[in-house]
Design a protein around this ligand. Structure first.
Ligand SMILES: NC(=O)c1ccc[n+]([C@@H]2O[C@H](COP(=O)([O-])OP(=O)(O)OC[C@H]3O[C@@H](n4cnc5c(N)ncnc54)[C@H](O)[C@@H]3O)[C@@H](O)[C@H]2O)c1
Length: 349
C-alpha cells in the first residue's frame, strides 16, 4: 500500500499566508475590481442559483453562520462568525473559511481561508452596489466604523468608483489612527473626524461599518441630506442595526436576498411590506438604480451566499498556474471505493 494519498484524495487549500501572497501578487485594487465584476456577473445570473437565507446559530455573544449556494455545477459554502464582543478580548469580530465542491460528484474542489476573502468580497459588493446607486461623480466617502473592514471598503470605492477622499470616524480613536496609518500612501486624501456628523459633511457615499450587538443609531434622520448613497454594512443580524428607522422612510432601499435581509438588515425595523428593490434586478437593468440627483439610496447590506460563491470561484480561477496553495488529502480514497474499512485496516500495517 502506498503511504502517499492518491491524486483523487487531494484538494487545493489556500491558507491565510497563501491568500495574502495571492492578493499581493495580483495587487489589492485589481483584486477588488475583478471581484466586483465577478460578483456582478453572478448577480446577473441570479436565477441560476439555489437561494436560501443563511443558517444562523445565535448566542448571547454573537452568531455562527453557514452560507450555502449552488449554480447547479459548483456548490459552495462559507462558515462565518460575528462576535462584536471579541474585540475587547483581542479577537476578531468576523472570521471565516469556505469550500467549493463539484455538484456532479459531490467532491470538494477548493478549501480556503475566508476571513480576508470576506473583507474583500464585502467591499467588492459595496462597490458593485455603489456603481449603480451612488450619485454621479461622487469623490468623497464617509467611513463610520474604522475596524477590520474599513480599509477594504475604502480601497474598493477608490478602485471601482474613483473615490479620492475618505472621511473617517470611529468612537475609538485608535481604530481611526490604525486606518489612517494603513491607508497612508495609497492615493486617497484622508481626514480623521471628531463625530459622525463631521465625517458625512460633503460625502456622496456614507458607509456605516460598526459592530455592536444592539439596535444602534449611528445615523439619525436629520444627518442625512438629499442625494446621498448610504452603504450600511454593520446592521446584519437580528437585533443589530445602525440606522434610525426614519431614514428608511425617506430612502429607496436596495437589498441582496429579501427573505434574509428582512430578518437581518436595517429593514428588520420596518413592516414586512416595506418596499425594497433587489440589487440583481438593477444589475440586469430590470429595475432603476439611482433615479435622480435628490434621491437617497440605501444599500442594506447583510452579505449573501452568492457573493461568497463568486469570491470562491474567483480565487479558484486565480490559483491556476500559481503555487499559492497546498494540496491536502481531505477525501479518503480507497482503491476499491467500497472498501473504506479495508483502507483503514491496511493503514495499521
Ligand atoms: N454586510 C456584510 O456583508 C458584512 C460583512 C462583514 C462584516 N459585516 C459587519 O460589519 C461590521 C464591521 O465589521 P468589522 O470586522 O470591521 O468589525 P470591527 O469590530 O473590526 O470594527 C467595528 C468598529 O466599529 C466601531 N464602532 C462601534 N460602535 C460605533 C459607533 N457607535 N460609532 C462609530 N464607530 C463605532 C468600533 O470601535 C470598531 O472599530 C460588523 O457589524 C460586521 O458584522 C458585515
Amino acid at each position: 500500500m502506498s503511504a502517499l494519498p492518491s491524486a483523487k484524495a487531494l484538494i487545493p487549500f489556500v491558507s491565510v499566508e497563501n491568500m495574502m501572497r495571492l492578493v499581493h501578487h495580483l495587487g489589492i485594487e485589481r483584486v477588488l475590481s475583478e471581484l466586483t465584476d465577478t460578483i456582478e456577473d453572478d448577480f446577473r445570473r441570479w436565477e441560476s442559483f439555489d437561494k436560501t437565507s443563511r443558517i444562523a446559530s445565535h448566542s448571547r455573544d454573537g452568531v455562527i453562520e453557514l452560507m450555502p449556494t449552488s449554480d447547479g455545477e459548483i456548490y459552495g459554502f462559507k462558515y462565518v462568525n460575528g462576535h462584536p464582543k471579541n474585540m475587547a478580548a483581542g479577537l476578531q469580530t468576523v472570521t471565516a473559511f469556505g469550500l467549493l465542491a463539484d455538484v456532479a460528484t459531490g467532491y470538494p474542489v477548493l478549501l480556503t481561508e475566508m476571513t480576508l476573502l470576506t473583507a474583500l468580497r464585502t467591499a467588492a459588493t459595496s462597490a458593485m452596489a455603489a456603481r449603480h446607486l451612488a450619485p454621479e461623480g461622487t469623490r468623497v466617502m464617509a467611513m463610520i466604523g474604522n475596524g477590520a473592514q474599513a480599509e477594504f471598503q475604502a480601497l474598493a470605492m477608490k478602485a471601482v468608483l474613483g473615490i479620492t477622499e475618505i472621511r473617517l470616524y470611529d468612537i475609538d480613536r485608535r481604530a481611526t489612527e490604525k486606518t489612517l496609518r494603513n491607508l497612508a500612501g495609497c492615493g486617497l486624501a484622508l481626514q480623521a473626524c471628531e463625530s459622525a456628523e463631521q465625517a458625512i459633511e460633503g460625502a456622496g457615499i456614507i458607509t456605516t461599518c460598526t459592530a455592536d450587538k444592539q439596535y444602534a443609531t449611528i445615523l439619525t434622520d436629520n444627518m442625512i441630506g438629499s442625494g446621498v448613497h448610504i452603504n450600511a454594512i454593520g446592521g446584519d443580524c437580528p437585533g443589530k442595526t445602525e440606522l434610525h428607522r426614519d431614514i428608511l422612510l425617506r430612502a429607496d432601499t436596495f437589498v441582496e436576498y429579501p427573505p434574509q435581509t428582512r430578518i437581518e438588515g436595517e429593514i428588520q425595523q420596518m413592516a414586512p411590506d416595506y418596499p425594497v428593490t433587489e440589487l440583481w434586478k438593477v444589475v440586469r437593468g430590470e429595475k432603476l438604480g439611482r433615479r435622480d440627483a435628490r434621491q437617497i439610496t440605501l444599500f442594506d447590506s447583510v452579505g449573501f451566499a452568492v457573493e461568497d460563491f463568486s469570491a470562491l470561484r474567483y480565487v479558484r480561477a486565480a490559483l491556476a498556474g500559481t503555487d499559492f496553495f497546498q494540496q491536502i488529502d481531505i477525501i479518503a480514497d480507497p482503491d476499491d471505493p467500497r472498501d473504506l474499512f479495508g483502507m483503514l485496516q491496511r493503514a495499521a500495517a
